[in-house]
Design a protein around this ligand. Sequence first.
Ligand code: ZN
Length: 346
Amino acid sequence: MKVARFYAPGDIRLEDVAEPRAGAGELKLRVRNCSTCGTDVKISRSGHPNMSPPQVMGHEIAGEVVEVGAGVDGWAPGDRVQVIAAIPDGTCPDCRAGRPTVCPNQLSMGYQFPGGFAEYLIVPREVLRVDGVTRIPEHVSFAEASVTEPLACVLNGQELARVGVGDTVVVVGSGPIGCLHVRLARARGAARIILIDVNAERLRRAADLVAPDLAVAADSADPVQAVLDATDGRGADVVITAAASPQAQQDGVRMLARGGRLSLFGGLAKDAPMITIDANLVHYRELTIVGVNGSSPEQNRRALDLIATGAVPVADLITHTLPLNRLHDALDIVARGEAIKVTIEP
Ligand SMILES: [Zn+2]
């Protein structure tokens, strides 16, 4: 079968390898869609500390069960399923305290386990043990289901930042994650959504699709002033930075209303993770700054439900569909910011 394997930064190879067999406690899937994201581009360029090369990449996985290993109940060949990316161990103190997204023993599909840029993949017992496989409803396509994983991360971010009814929400970054944030904030009852990007062309394309109440091109306007002007000087209840930008994080603090919450959704480059903020703004205005690390299996199930019920439509966010042998092109398209979502059909 064909796979795309990461060997080293800049070295991803399309290879023919033997088809895997489902061992005890495992499922074998025919991968139907595995979507790409900014993390795949980051891995292809700089690698990742959790990556054990050579490794099949791809973690936004939807497919069809073709083989059920011994001892696995509840699944049968032909079942359409979606698979989690981040795998908590389910047993450590953090997992038992209800924080599986910060499980220190977390493993990931496409990092420690072969991922979805392949014709077939094995769902390891570690995934099944934490209920990491979800049935895809009949009317949801494999491509839509592959967007479940990023949406689950967005859901985790908005739960931690307590996005709710009546909020003014600022989303900085209009890539696929920013678009999902706009759609989910709307579904959660946000009253007003402001989308900001430094790239005016990308912002226009995203705004055409997800229709924020206001779009601010940060290359030509001061985004902090634009948010204050749009809120009668009050600021936003929630700011979400869906961009690897220290400036966006620093600006985010200054955009917040009293009692506001800043979600540092996008991480920063690992060699430049420091920012400078006015701590007295945080102090006197009772601001909250929250991080976010992936999503839980339970959030993953709810994310697929949000897609299935139409609360968060994703079909129109999938702008490019490419075969596995064009993965390099797909990653280039993602890197250039020309697409919203690029999905691979192996
Ligand atoms: Zn754990």
